[in-house]
Design a protein around this ligand. Sequence first.
Ligand code: HAM
Length: 427
Amino acid sequence: MFTKVKGFHDIYGADIEYWQILEKSLKETFSLYGFHEFKLPILEKTAIFNRGIGETTDIVEKEMFTFADEDETVSLRPEGTASLMRAYVENGLFNNPGIKKYYYMGNMFRRERPQKGRFRQFTQAGIEALESVSPLLDAEIITILYNCAKSVGIDDVVRMEINSVGCPVCRTAYKEKLIEYFSGYESELCPDCKRRLNKNPMRILDCKVEKCKKIVENAPKLISYLCEDCKNHLNQVMEYLKIMGTDFSVNENMVRGLDYYVRTAFEMTTDKLGSASAVGAGGRYDGLVKTLGGPDVPGIGFAIGMDRIVELMKLKNTVTEHTSDVFILFFNETGLKIGIDLIKSFRKSGLIVEYDYETASMKSQMKKANKSGAKVAVILGENELADSSAAVKWLMSGEQSVIKIDGLEAYIKEGLREFRDLKYEIF
Ligand code: HAM
């Protein structure tokens, strides 16, 4: 027997119901705010991520699935932002007028240590808005993230945390403070952090090694070193969030694991999933497009970890695997002809219909009807057909009646309504 690759997982059965509800809700929310779908390749040249995410980040240093392909080195995308900025530049989208708003949904790959809510292949839904530096946009983007949680009924188990990670101006002084602080603990830092100390000390703040995390606890906080412009920006974002009615708290310890962020950074977290606490995160990345060879345009966005959101949806609601609505049974040539006509018109009207391809005995077809999970069986027996009718059996209650074929669809739809209401009212 073959088994799956470590950190990759199969998604099927009742879980698919949650995924489909989530995909639909997210697409609807993104569209409502004027975002357009972007389908990006799964494989990109490695240099895009090295340059975009940062050479000294965990993702680039140790987590990418990278391999040589003919004469270049390529990587499975570990995230969508750098890819989208590559596409934005390569396709010259900055030549079009107005603010650009895109969304994407798809698999990302990171060679992390697998655990609850942390996979090597996972799915993100992300949005990116380009060409505005306004803090009003930051507040709207954070609000959208919160509304995504609302749209699937999990807003009461998440919290929105925001912070400012400053800009190159305020970071210069801050980095000096950090080097001074961490130098006092140099011998205790992990080998990666020792290397990062003079290269990129801010990355130590994001280290996952316990020893380093302890040292980080008392490190100077960037929020105390923000320049006037960054401070004003943060204050305005907070002001707009209040006006929009979006709850948040400031977490001055928050650092993001990617180098491209400036100013606004945010995470939507939960305490229901152990250490995989971020269910969505993002921030502003003015300068990234320029780093990737494009014009100097600002941007901001976020990505939702859909696998984690599904786990939260499962904690809160029960949705059963979607099964068929109707199972049609027939036993002879006449029954088959009438049956196929009924199946066609039922499916056209949105009902999920199954039947037995083997056209076996009544007993065997009834067994299959019960197993199919259908709510109702329509039996096209000889006697009923002679009277232009069918026997209808509700499989959960066993209740049975004979209905004229003309009125079948209306009768079944009426009976099925209570199942459908039950299923969808939660969301
Ligand atoms: P990120 O914080 O690396 O940001 O990932 C965003 C979300 O993806 C996380 O909050 C988490 O829910 C989910 N995620 C990350 N890694 C895993 C994993 N190994 N298993 C399961 N879920 C995971 C970014 O990726 C940025 N591109 C977000 C962004 C967009 N910033 C600006 N625009």
